[in-house]
Design a protein around this ligand. Structure first.
Ligand code: ADE
Length: 279
């Protein structure tokens, strides 16, 4: 087994079952079927021992909403962590050890989830996601777990979701496609937006792409892409990526090393698609 993922949630149904749902679909589903990635979904309420299976309580200090109880989370994580993060001989050969893994707590107040974080997670043997709901999990749970293992509080973006479940699916999809053998073309991740392998597109948003037909509703495919001149095509793609990055994410440009041509392209304006650059 490559990457073992545990998810603790009060909505296990969110993640589907053994045969259907987001973890059994498309690339991730195929990786799971091959055994490159394994999922264990745990219902937090199993560890809520009162008759109502209560997982939350009112916040100390007052304020709106409810806070998830530390005793329930503590019992859940103790048991999930005690179970083996199954690691087989292939992992041992690849230098992955059977460790207690990394605890990932999705929260809007976490550090940003980036392609770099996804790449780090893809090299782990075990990730445990703890999905909070309501106003979050009692802060002592993370404090305590940090004494036992690496813990990341992670935000998938500057907006507030109703709970961590959707954020976990986002992270699993970003990590899963980086696992060896998951993408059909091993190098296709390098040219993605944020592709990090040091190619000509590193740090840039990807520009527009085209397929047949050559003319569609009066719009032509950019001529250069039909030229067969690979160097010119690569340069054109970088130009488009620069312009799109300047238009959509100017904050990313400051981290780039720009050459004279790059600066010229940026000075020429901010069209973001190949031909008709309006909108
Ligand atoms: N839970 C609620 N909002 C979230 C966000 N933006 N990222 C991660 N987890 C969350």
């Amino acid at each position: 087994m490559g990457l073992n993922i545990d998810i603790v949630t009060i909505f296990p149904e969110y993640f589907g079952d053994e045969t259907s749902g987001p973890l059994r679909t498309s690339l991730i589903g195929k990786a799971a079927a091959r055994g490159d990635i394994g999922f264990q979904i745990h219902d937090l309420r199993r560890w809520a021992l009162d008759v109502h299976h209560t997982v939350d309580d009112v916040p100390f200090g007052g304020g709106p909403g409810m806070v998830m109880k530390p005793d329930v989370w503590g019992a859940a994580l103790d048991e999930v962590l005690a179970a083996d993060g199954a690691v087989d001989s292939a992992d041992a050969a690849a230098g992955r050890s059977a460790d207690s893994g990394r605890l990932v707590v999705p929260t809007p107040s976490g550090v940003p989830f980036t392609q770099a974080v996804a790449t780090r997670y893809a090299a782990q043997s075990r990730l445990i996601f703890a999905c909070g709901r309501y106003e979050g999990i009692d802060g002592r749970v993370v404090d305590h777990m940090r004494q036992r293992m690496p813990v990341d509080e992670i935000s998938v973006g500057d907006y507030v979701l109703a709970g961590g479940e959707a954020a976990v699916l986002v992270m699993i999809e970003a990590v899963g496609r980086l696992l060896p053998g998951v993408l059909g073309n091993a190098s296709s991740a390098d040219d993605d937006s944020f592709g990090g392998a040091g190619g000509s597109m590193t740090g840039l948003l990807e520009g527009p792409v085209y397929t047949r037909p050559r003319t569609w509703r009066g719009h032509e495919v950019p001529e250069i892409l039909l030229s067969g001149n690979h160097a010119a095509i690569a340069r054109w793609r970088r130009d488009m990526a620069l312009r799109r990055t300047a238009a959509h994410r100017p904050d990313l440009l400051t981290a780039l090393e720009l050459d004279a041509r790059d600066r010229q392209v940026l000075a020429a304006g901010f069209p973001v698609s190949g031909k008709d650059m309006a909108h």
